[in-house]
Design a protein around this ligand. Structure first.
Ligand code: FAD
Length: 472
């Protein structure tokens, strides 16, 4: 996919051809009408936006820069290994990447290898979709103990994100307590309680090896609020309830007022609550040899001491958890904090709201400053970086399509000036640039490595190794 659509080279165009080679890419050499758009981040938001722009904006070229040598963001490094069907979106992304006007610039990080100013000089529009790769803290005493980890790091560990392989989670104790009740928390609980053969699909070998030695028997899932506010969804709960050799045990006291509320609930919440109540009514008092999944509501973390956590009992006031003066202890050989992801500001030129962890924007148009609400023309944001870390891939897709439409509209109505030709990035700016063909080599090698282990792929977890396989 280096250069397409230019067969006959006149003397005049030879120089352009050579300059295109030096840039590494292009299908539009010399065309003044080319609209150059740079997307930062190759997760779902980046790929869906690219797909929309290439389909709806004639004469556009989309360059996607990605800090890792490999694409797909959280689809590769977040989605649980036992959810291979979710990863099928990769096929759609690959089709977009094969478009002649799409270029992948892997191993290029905004804020490190290239500045936002540089991108804005070289592109008519820049769309930021670099996601949310940090996590929120509990801000309670002893959170830095070695047996306290973020669920994000644990997810990255089993999914093989470069740099996460040395996490070494303590799985020698019987009890893991997860603080937070979202779908990421449930994913982590499932990873800890599932039989290994289910996880083999896409879990890295080193994580499988550690999980095979795990002594974990009980996983608590602690939330500040009640069952009616549970953040996990019905699909994730159903999966837990169906896990072989795992017993889900609820605390009846948490549900005292719940049945009376059922008639007032909206449909998805109603179905989820009914499922919890059904499971509660069917739970047997007798303890079996099974492992246990133990959701606990109305408890807020207070402090950690060794392998115990002190929890404040809470009560609900207008759906908000307020502390009571009662507390209790819970065993936690390993504690996993799962209270949300957050974005960071990777370049000083971005108008970033540190409090919410999002880029200030209005419907995807980035603001120059939050106070005046003036739009910074030609700069956009989509995905978790713009909305905050909530929503599934489908939500991200809808948001990315909507921002991509705004970009197309702004360009077509000349809100964004595309009258001057822009060059885009040049390959010579970067040391070991990963193109889509390089990624395809890495992909092939991972699938071959997987074949030997009877699994679809075995990911490289070392950037240097990836670059070597790519031939860089
Ligand atoms: P991301 O997917 O995070 O993509 C951001 C990209 O930007 C990454 O590739 C990153 O490497 C890159 N980047 C970061 N910094 C830079 C930089 N400085 N320069 C260049 N590139 C950079 N949704 C579902 O529908 N089903 C699921 O089963 C599911 N499971 C999930 C499990 C977990 C643990 C998590 C956290 C999320 C899950 N989701 C799931 C939600 C889904 O992953 C998100 O909706 C989606 O990935 C958000 O897309 P994004 O493009 O905004 O961010």
């Amino acid at each position: 996919m280096l250069i397409s659509g230019r067969l006959a080279i006149s003397a005049n165009s030879k120089q352009m051809w050579l300059s295109a080679i030096s840039r590494g890419f292009s299908s539009d050499v010399g065309s003044g009408a080319t609209k150059r758009i740079c997307i930062v981040g190759s997760g779902p938001a980046g790929f869906y936006a690219a797909q929309y722009i290439l389909k709806h904006l004639n004469g556009s070229v989309v360059d996607v820069i990605e800090k890792l040598p490999v694409p797909f963001g959280l689809v590769r490094y977040g989605v649980a290994p036992d959810h291979p069907e979710v990863k099928n979106v990769i096929n759609t992304f690959t089709k977009t990447a094969e478009h002649k006007n799409f270029n992948f610039w892997g191993n290029v990080a905004l804020g490190k290898d290239v500045s936002l100013q540089n991108l804005r000089e070289r592109y008519h529009a820049v769309l930021l979709t670099y996601g949310a790769d940090q996590d929120r803290q509990l801000n309670i005493p002893n959170e830095d103990q070695p047996n306290v980890l973020s669920a994000r790091k644990f997810v990255e560990w089993y999914n093989g994100l470069p740099g996460a392989q040395h996490l070494n989670p303590i799985l020698g104790g019987q009890t893991v307590t997860i603080l937070g009740q979202g779908n990421v928390a449930v994913d982590v609980a499932r990873m800890l309680l599932s039989p290994l053969d289910v996880l083999r699909v896409d879990t890295t070998e080193y994580a499988l090896e550690t999980l095979s030695r795990s002594k974990v028997e009980q996983v608590y899932l602690v939330g500040r609020r009640g069952p009616l506010q549970a953040a996990f969804t019905i699909k994730e709960l159903r999966e837990m309830l169906k896990l072989p050799n795992v017993q889900t045990l609820w605390r009846p006291d948490d549900f005292t007022d719940v049945p009376a509320q059922i008639p007032n609930l909206q449909r998805p919440r109603k179905r989820l609550t009914e499922l919890m109540l059904k499971s509660l009514s069917e739970q047997s008092a007798s303890t079996s040899n099974k492992k246990q999944f133990l959701p606990i509501f109305l408890r807020a973390p207070k402090f950690i001491k060794d392998n115990k956590i002190e929890l404040t009992v809470t009560k609900l006031q207008n759906d908000i958890a307020v502390p009571t003066n009662r507390s209790e202890h819970l065993q936690a050989d390993l504690l996993l904090r799962s209270i949300g992801y957050k974005s960071t500001c990777v370049d000083g030129g971005i108008c970033f709201d540190k409090r919410s962890g999002c880029v200030y924007n209005e419907y995807g148009r980035v603001l120059k400053d939050a106070a005046s609400k003036t739009v910074d023309k030609g700069l956009y944001v989509a995905g978790w970086l713009g909305t905050g870390p909530t929503g599934v891939i489908l939500t991200t897709m809808n948001g990315a399509f909507s921002v991509a439409k705004t970009i197309c509209d702004d360009i077509l109505s000349n809100e964004v000036d595309t009258s001057k030709a822009k060059l885009g990035l040049e390959a010579k700016q970067f040391k070991r640039l990963v193109t889509w063909s390089h990624w395809e080599r890495i992909d092939q090698a991972e699938m071959q490595a997987g074949q030997k282990l009877c699994k679809p792929r075995e990911k490289f977890v070392d950037v240097e190794e990836m670059l070597k396989v790519a031939g860089l």
